[in-house]
Design a protein around this ligand. Structure first.
Ligand SMILES: [Zn+2]
Ligand SMILES: [Zn+2]
Length: 401
């Protein structure tokens, strides 16, 4: 097995970019155009769920305007993503010409960092998607590379998920966070029913949800999440290439997502009802119910989700903090912090880090991040990586003259 770190050591660090990036016979600009086309095809395929999932999950709320909106979001995300990905490869050429050789950071880190400065021009929704996804990928990859004990500890990952669940559902319930989360919070009862003397009702220990029976309410809420879990499990079975053909093949489908969604909604609603009956249901009780719902992580048991939950919890806290009315005069540090465009600063760094790890520590990569590189570059990045490994191995046997 050849060490890829040889790439930035002599004599290999002087290999031409046309050899390294497989563009013999074509100039760097010509190959950029070809790569851009390939990356566009890759991104259009990779981001297809952005266009399809609203059609499947919210078919009733669709009209001409929302359809156009979805289409625009999908095209913008795919094409900006493709342009940045193709530019990353182009900048590898550029830095090779500029510095005359490859250095540790100019092979992938700086090219990706420079290319994704385009984030400053991305539409806001795409920035949000990229900042969440890339921070998750970078953090998970970092934990794996460190071989951190969290990567192997189900109890710690579950606790992280439970705490994140409490934080996110808390801010969602207060309508201070509008980003993605797996389930929706119980609506704030006073707003929902226009109840004036909420305190009296809370003390009376009666639930404020629709209908009188808690069991019916909980089952109804759980069943509404079947339409998220079941399609996701089927999709994951199909994408793994294990399409069930006979009835008994159905056993192959592992209903992990379904179990996750059902138990999450179930535990959260059940503990809410119980806490309403036996305590005065307030913020603390809601936090407890939302945290307990996070026990459902047991069914997922995938580091990616625990890290994603943590990233979203931090975002929820930050969005809520920024939306608070300010006391006059506002703390100077707080004013400065609020004006920092964290998402735009983080995305290029995250992607540069993950691209660097992709080339130099491929084994430590998270599956999700690998999937992104495979998808967004139509497998180009992985092919180049493999080609470099093969080239180094070949040259190892036949030293440069
Ligand atoms: Zn080149
Ligand atoms: Zn109830």
């Amino acid at each position: 097995m050849v060490e890829i770190s040889k790439l930035y050591q002599p004599p290999y660090n002087a290999v031409s970019c046309s050899e390294l990036l497989m563009h013999n016979g074509l100039t760097c600009k010509q190959i950029f155009r070809r790569n851009w086309y390939r990356c566009s095809v890759g991104c259009l395929k990779y981001f297809l769920p952005l266009a399809v999932s609203p059609l499947v999950l919210r078919p009733r709320s669709l009209n001409r305007q929302t359809l156009l909106n979805i289409l625009r979001y999908y095209l913008e995300t795919s094409l900006w993503g493709a342009t940045s990905s193709a530019l990353t490869i182009y900048f590898i050429c550029l830095y090779r010409h500029l510095f005359g050789r490859y250095h540790l950071l100019t092979v992938t880190f700086l090219p990706a960092y420079t290319a994704f400065q385009l984030i400053w021009f991305y539409p806001i929704r795409t920035i949000r998607l990229f900042s969440t996804a890339t921070t998750q990928a970078a953090l998970e990859t970092w934990l794996r590379k460190q071989n951190h004990f969290i990567t192997k500890s189900l109890p710690i990952q579950t606790i992280v998920f439970m705490l994140s669940s409490a934080v996110v559902l808390h801010f969602k319930r207060r309508k201070e966070f509008n980003g993605f989360w797996f389930i929706q919070p119980n609506t704030d009862e006073s707003q929902q029913k226009g109840v004036e003397n909420l305190e009296d009702l809370q003390k009376s220990g009666k639930c404020l949800h629709e209908g009188t029976s808690c069991t019916k309410y909980i089952l109804k809420e759980m069943s509404s999440y079947l339409m998220y879990g079941v399609p996701l499990d089927l999709l994951s079975t199909v994408t793994k290439g294990k399409m069930p053909r006979r009835l008994r093949d159905l056993k192959m489908i592992r209903f992990e997502m379904t179990a996750f969604f059902l138990s999450y909604a179930g535990i959260y609603r059940l503990s809410s009802c119980l806490l309403t009956r036996y305590t005065v249901y307030g913020t603390r009780e809601h936090l407890l119910a939302a945290g307990l719902g996070g026990l459902s992580y047991f069914f997922l048991n995938k580091l990616a989700f625990s890290v994603l939950a943590f990233v979203i919890a931090v975002q929820a806290y930050w969005q809520s903090y920024c939306s608070q009315p300010v006391e006059e005069p506002e703390n100077k540090i707080a004013t400065i912090l609020k004006s920092v465009p964290f998402a735009k600063l983080l995305v290029p760094y995250n992607l540069a880090y993950v691209a660097h790890i992709f080339v130099f520590h491929n084994d430590a990569m998270s599956k999700l991040a690998k999937g992104f590189f495979r998808g967004a570059t139509d497998n180009l990045f992985a092919q180049i990586h493999q080609y470099i490994l093969d080239m180094l191995a070949r040259r190892e046997k036949m030293p440069l003259s």
